[in-house]
Design a protein around this ligand. Structure first.
Ligand code: 5GP
Ligand code: ZN
Length: 111
């Protein structure tokens, strides 16, 4: 686990506002939300970013996106899913995570 921030959040060593959990993924509210709904979905198994994501984990993340979108009430209005990767992708935490953002009309421009 080392000093990975998201591994420590998954382990409960650092508090978070949990919105969803199953055996493969953990999801919690972003500490600095950029939309009314801003949830981070992370695999429980540490992997650095999407380049290291196996098919089983990708399926678990997709299932979690659907479940959380329904739970947060944005599945009809729509939402955005983003996974930043590496330096130019502005990834700041090196544990794979998917941002799920919604709850208002988001900007058309993404970068
Ligand atoms: P990235 O920039 O790597 O795509 O996204 C990292 C996200 O993690 C950022 O949106 C940031 O606000 C969020 N974040 C950083 N530290 C914490 C924390 O301690 N708790 C929570 N809930 N979110 C965090
Ligand atoms: Zn980690």
């Amino acid at each position: 686990m080392g000093d990975c921030l998201f591994c420590r959040i998954i382990a409960g060593e650092i508090p978070s506002n949990k919105v969803y959990e199953n055996d493969k993924v953990f999801a919690f509210r972003d500490i600095n939300p950029q939309a009314p709904v801003h949830v981070l979905i992370v695999p429980k198994k540490h992997m650095d970013n999407i380049l290291a994501c196996d098919a089983d984990t990708a399926a678990a993340l997709t299932d979690a996106v659907r479940a959380i979108a329904e739970q947060e009430g944005v599945e009809q209005s729509g939402f955005r899913v983003v996974s930043n990767c590496g330096k130019d992708g502005a990834q700041s935490v090196n544990h794979l995570h998917v941002h799920l953002m919604g709850g208002r009309a988001l900007a058309e421009r993404m970068a």
